[in-house]
Design a protein around this ligand. Structure first.
Ligand SMILES: [Zn+2]
Length: 324
């Protein structure tokens, strides 16, 4: 995949993610593994040009970024500023030889009383809020003032008949509407470190549909957590190509809302983390999950585990890979 790795390298991407005007100087790159040359079809953001499923074509611009640099000299060089995800990150406690675990509770925001209750769990948990719920910023503040980390839970099309909610990213949208919805979702509150997908078992399997999403994640300097609602998700691999800090879920805690089964899933998380060196679980704001976590979190220390916010795993994962 010569073209995709070239075109999607971090350096190249940083030159193409500025606000693109529809332009003649735009070329389609086919990202499917057996195609290594630009197709040459001229389509742009302004055209209704969302690629067709299965073709895996993404649109990038060859416009020279130097021509587009603002004349202002007041802005400081971007390289000395930490990325937004680091600015919004909660400091993890010292590891002291323990194995770090992340508990991400997503689907947050439907029930404000549950948000208040979840916020009382030992810190630092990670809470991922749906962008379309009411009192979003207020609810996000409720958990962040308690020392927890924030994420945005981006609704995407599932493969089944479940409704992903308003303003979800679905495949039959024109490209410009996709971008409009994506940006609307990401603009609904502040202070989060990154996104994870809500549903999306259909949407996350397509490189062409995930490309604009991850391009926007890159542009906004966020991290991406792949919920892995599909085993065929391209989220992790495409994020790595785009040089986006990325992680993936190891265990779902509460596909069945039963205290005993959730406790069993927490044991699964522990076992997985013992062999992998860290563990990332996703749960939901259910009473059963709250109760299981309320019982389990105080036992971590004696078992040699420690709770970390999701953002702390970016550097940790990189260090582990480097040390292999
Ligand atoms: Zn969800």
């Amino acid at each position: 995949m010569v073209v995709s790795s070239l075109a999607l390298s971090g350096v190249y991407l940083s030159r193409i993610t500025d606000e693109q005007q529809p332009s003649d100087d735009i070329v389609n790159y086919d990202l499917s593994p057996d195609n290594e040359a630009p197709t040459g079809d001229a389509v742009g953001e302004g055209a209704n040009s969302l690629p067709v499923e299965g073709r895996d074509v993404v649109t990038v611009s060859r416009q020279n970024p130097i021509d587009r640099e603002p004349a202002s000299t007041t802005s400081s060089p971007r390289s000395i500023e930490p990325p937004l995800w680091r600015k919004n990150a909660v400091q993890p406690p010292a590891l002291n030889g323990k194995i770090p675990l992340a508990i991400v509770i997503d689907d947050m925001g439907h029930d404000m009383e549950m948000t208040d209750q979840m916020a009382t769990l030992p810190r630092p948990m990670t809470f991922s809020f749906l962008p379309y719920i009411s009192n979003l910023q207020e609810q996000a503040k409720t958990v962040s003032v308690m020392g927890h980390e924030l994420m945005l839970h981006l609704p995407m099309e599932p493969s089944g008949s479940n409704n992903p909610g308003p303003n979800a990213l679905v495949r039959d949208l024109p490209y410009n509407e996709t971008l409009k919805r994506l940006r609307w979702n990401l603009d609904q509150f502040e202070g989060y470190v990154g996104i994870n997908n809500h549903m999306g078992s259909q949407y996350t399997t397509s490189r062409s549909f995930m490309f604009p999403v991850l391009q926007e994640v890159h542009k906004r300097e966020l991290l991406f957590l792949d919920s892995r609602t599909s085993a065929n998700s391209v989220g992790m691999s495409l994020s790595e190509e785009l040089d986006i800090p990325t992680l993936e879920r190891d265990v779902f805690l509460d596909n069945v809302r039963d205290l005993k089964l959730i406790e069993r899933q927490l044991e699964t998380l522990e076992k997985s983390a013992l062999s992998k060196g860290y563990g990332i679980a996703i749960g939901h704001p259910y009473n059963e999950t709250y109760q299981a976590l309320r019982n389990w979190l105080p036992t971590l220390d004696e078992k040699g585990f420690i709770l970390w916010p999701i953002s702390a795993f970016i550097d940790y994962q990189a260090e582990k890979k480097a040390g292999q």
